[in-house]
Design a protein around this ligand. Structure first.
Ligand code: UFG
Length: 319
């Protein structure tokens, strides 16, 4: 297939673009490089630089596209609280421009990068796809709005779409990994201590109702996540919008993650306990039964594999 990957110079987008290219697809990446990196765009893949508003129309008008994988987004929860308009415009506004360009070019197949943040602080775990959606920050609200637009565009314009709601993505693949200018995620932060970039891991709260008091999250390897996108692409059906959660179903606390990082790196990795971070739910766990049952998706990598791959990448992966 000929595929447009928006945000393909970012973390998850670059891994999916690499996997698509390796499996024989023709891939064009559209990325404004506001948070992505030109050298994260896989060799053999054409990079078009620009926003969706600026370039989606003319790129798709070239013709021949079979589908779009849409990753381009602003994705920092804290920033979204500080500047909601940036998120509504950058996520929903830019997505509407992409969807217009798709309609103009007659491209109806889309896989969208959604998030567990649409569920907010869940009443029960594991979270299933029809759990209540009550985002607690503008980031999650904008992603939910895009899911809703896709449901409407399936019904009203014949789009065939799949929204994949990611839980906590980690690990690296083939030299493509997590490289954020502002790093807020747990595993890269912990590995940053082992690398000497910081002295200790800030642990945000140890008074949660969990076994050791620290937050529990559902970590999924970026390559397992990427494989789900290929399955979703094949499952797109005109007029239908589907939603799937993507997690491993296994929960790890912050302390357990630090323990695994110690074992992998051999570094003592000191921790310091700080107050809770605003908006953090105590436990987030996915039920991924739906995508397993419908599309045959399975998890192949555990937390140790994620940390090992993230560590190799941190020590100087190819890029
Ligand atoms: N944490 C720390 N110290 C750190 C960083 C994180 O203790 O330095 C803790 C957080 O409090 C949280 C856990 O580690 O309990 C994981 O935090 P991350 O920032 O790595 O990930 P989040 O669970 O906050 O966020 C992830 C995605 C978001 C998405 C959210 C859905 O990264 O994009 O899940 O709720 F919105």
């Amino acid at each position: 297939m000929k595929l447009l990957v928006t945000g393909g110079a970012g973390y998850v987008g670059s891994v999916v673009a690499a996997l698509l290219w390796e499996t024989g697809h023709e891939v064009v990446v559209l990325d404004d490089l506001s948070t992505g990196h030109a050298d994260a765009c896989p060799d053999g893949v054409r990079l078009v630089q620009g926003t969706l508003r600026e370039r989606a129309h003319d790129v798709l008008a070239e013709g021949g596209y079979d589908g779009v994988l849409h990753f381009a987004a602003k994705s920092l929860v804290g920033e979204s609280v500080a500047d909601p308009a940036k998120y509504w415009d950058g996520n929903l506004g830019e997505s509407l421009a992409l969807f217009d360009a798709m309609r103009a070019a007659g491209v109806a197949r889309i896989v969208f990068s959604s998030t567990a943040a649409v569920y907010g602080d869940p009443e029960t775990v594991p979270i299933v796809e029809d759990s209540p959606t009550r985002p607690t920050n503008p980031y999650g609200a904008t992603k939910l709005a895009i899911d809703n637009v896709l449901a409407e565009y399936a019904r009203l314009h014949g789009f065939g779409g799949v929204s994949l709601r990611y839980f906590n993505v980690a690990g690296a693949f083939g030299g493509f990994g997590e490289r954020h200018a502002v790093e807020t995620h747990l595993i890269p932060t912990v590995l940053g201590v082992a690398l000497g970039a910081r002295d200790e891991v800030p642990v945000f709260g140890e008074d949660y109702p969990t076994a050791d008091g620290t937050c529990v999250r559902d970590y999924v390897h970026v390559i397992d996540l990427a494989r789900a996108h290929l399955l979703a692409l094949d499952a797109c059906a005109p007029g239908v919008h589907r939603v799937y959660n993507l997690g491993s179903g296994a929960g790890y606390s912050v302390r357990e993650v630090v323990e695994v990082c110690r074992a992998v790196t051999g570094h003592p990795i000191p921790m310091t306990v700080l107050p809770r971070r605003a908006g953090d739910p105590g436990t987030l766990l996915a039920s991924s039964e739906a995508i397993r049952d419908d599309l045959g998706w399975t998890v192949e990598h555990d937390l140790t594999a994620m940390v090992e791959d993230a560590w190799k990448f941190a020590l100087g992966g190819r890029r």
